[in-house]
Design a protein around this ligand. Structure first.
Ligand code: DSN
Length: 445
């Protein structure tokens, strides 16, 4: 298959055929990944599945372009069609989230957070975010991130009930006077109270940055409250819960034309500059097309049903695991995420993750508040229901999944906490049957 076939209307089909013909070794690896995703129970919190039409955008000829700048103000020729694609992505991002400003160029939510923080803060300024061990994200001021090294990062933790303690956040904000407060998490199963955070930010004279990377689908789908008009800036990734490509978004609402507590340029201009030229060079044209496609799907009525199912499934999964005797952090969930304290039953998170994976179930080991100060220790497991809900699974299947996970985690044998082969085979068999009953939409052969 040669590149002269590019005039066809089904370019992606020809491209896939060309790969199979020209590089069977790599093609076999990609096919194996597809089969793995079809046959594995991805009970993960950090991913969703992109529809084939989203993946097709990534394989489009738009990927050949190099571009810097924004629509109508590019630093390279030949960007007319890309301009239309980027404008479409921006308008769809604004529509999906009820935002007044959107930047669709960040390569990830981490890139988006770095761009925002380095535009709102100067080196040495104070940043207040949720502690990594309490479920925060690296880019919210962890010492392992540049955000913890270049800024004076102060962290809030959780109360004894495992919930955000707004009095503690307020005390820290008034004592340390951060320039930015981050409301967002990677491993926190409860809703954020954005008006409460905004009141604290206003009292402390800080910008409020809401990072909704993990819950963007639940926000867009109307299940969780939106921070868009409470926060000065909101960031998200596009692949975790939006069924999009790897990438990020920066959004702003009612205050996008204001300069916020520190004055200076209006936020919208500041944020555009923060991405290009301040922190990113060339954009990812095909990725922006894929974001546009995913955001159209997010705006469709079916997405609201999916978001509701994700949250319902998570509540059912949490209840089922608790009913089987597992300690569920915060006693349940309001999101897609269920956090288990596996160490409460003598099981390190890493061993739990490995055993489940060997049986065809994916859930990641996670640090929980009791791990603070112990580098490398993970006492928990983080489950998520995004992918299971995308496959159409409901409460009955969540109870089944909880039983399967419980059977695995209760059967590990010393030394090495390994799952006996017979049990591994039988759970794998049940996993395969569930996956066959609930195929990934659009991924069937
Ligand atoms: N933020 C990390 C996670 O939550 O798993 C990766 O995106």
């Amino acid at each position: 298959m040669s590149i002269t076939a590019v005039g066809s209307t089904s370019f992606t089909a020809l491209a896939a055929e060309a790969l199979a013909d020209e590089d069977p070794e790599l093609n076999a690896l990609l096919d194996a990944e597809l089969a793995g995703q079809r046959d594995t129970l991805a009970m993960v919190a950090y991913a969703s599945l992109a529809a084939p039409s989203v993946l097709a955008c990534g394989a489009s000829a738009l990927a050949n372009l190099t571009a810097e700048g924004y629509p109508g103000q590019r630093y390279h020729p030949g960007c007319e069609r890309l301009d239309a694609v980027e404008e479409l992505a921006v308008s769809r991002a604004k529509a999906a989230f009820g935002a007044r400003y959107a930047n669709v160029q960040p390569h990830s939510c981490s890139s988006a957070n770095l761009a925002v923080l380095f535009s709102l803060l100067d080196p040495g300024d104070t940043l207040l975010g949720l502690d990594l061990d309490s479920g925060g994200h690296l880019t919210h001021g962890s010492p392992a991130s540049v955000t913890g090294r270049y800024f004076n990062a102060v962290a809030y933790g959780l109360g004894p009930d495992g919930l955000i303690d707004h009095d503690q956040v307020r005390d820290l904000a008034l004592r340390h006077r951060p320039k930015v407060i981050v409301a967002g998490a990677s491993a926190y199963p409860r809703a954020f109270d954005y008006p409460a955070f905004r009141a604290i930010a206003d009292e402390a004279g800080a910008y409020l940055l809401a990072d909704i990377s993990h819950i963007a689908g639940l926000v867009a789908g109307g299940v969780l409250p939106s921070p868009i008009d409470h926060a000065h800036v909101t960031t998200t990734s596009t692949y975790k819960q939006l069924g999009g490509p790897r990438g990020g978004l920066i959004l702003s609402g009612a205050e996008h034309l204001s300069s916020g507590p520190s004055g200076g340029l209006p936020l919208a201009r500041r944020l555009d500059r923060a991405v290009f030229p301040a922190s990113q060079g060339t954009l990812h044209p095909a990725g922006i097309a894929a974001k546009a496609r995913a955001l159209a799907l997010v705006a469709a009525p079916e997405f609201r049903e999916l978001a509701a199912r994700i949250a319902l499934d998570a509540r059912e999964l949490a209840a089922a695991l608790a009913g089987l005797g597992w300690r569920v952090l915060t006693g349940g969930t309001e999101t897609h995420m269920v956090l288990l304290d596996t160490a409460a039953r003598g099981l390190p998170g890493g061993a739990a993750e490995r055993a489940l994976e060997s049986a065809g179930i994916l859930a990641n080991r996670n640090r929980i508040p009791r791990d603070a100060g112990h580098p490398g220790r993970t006492s928990g497991l983080r489950f998520g229901t995004n992918v299971l809900a995308q496959r159409g699974m409901g409460p009955a299947e969540m109870r089944h999944c909880a039983v399967l996970a419980d059977r695995v985690l209760n059967s590990l044998e010393a030394p090495g906490l390994v799952l006996p082969a017979g049990l591994r085979r039988s759970v794998r068999h049940e996993v395969a049957a569930l996956c066959t009953r609930f195929p990934v939409p659009g991924y069937s052969a």
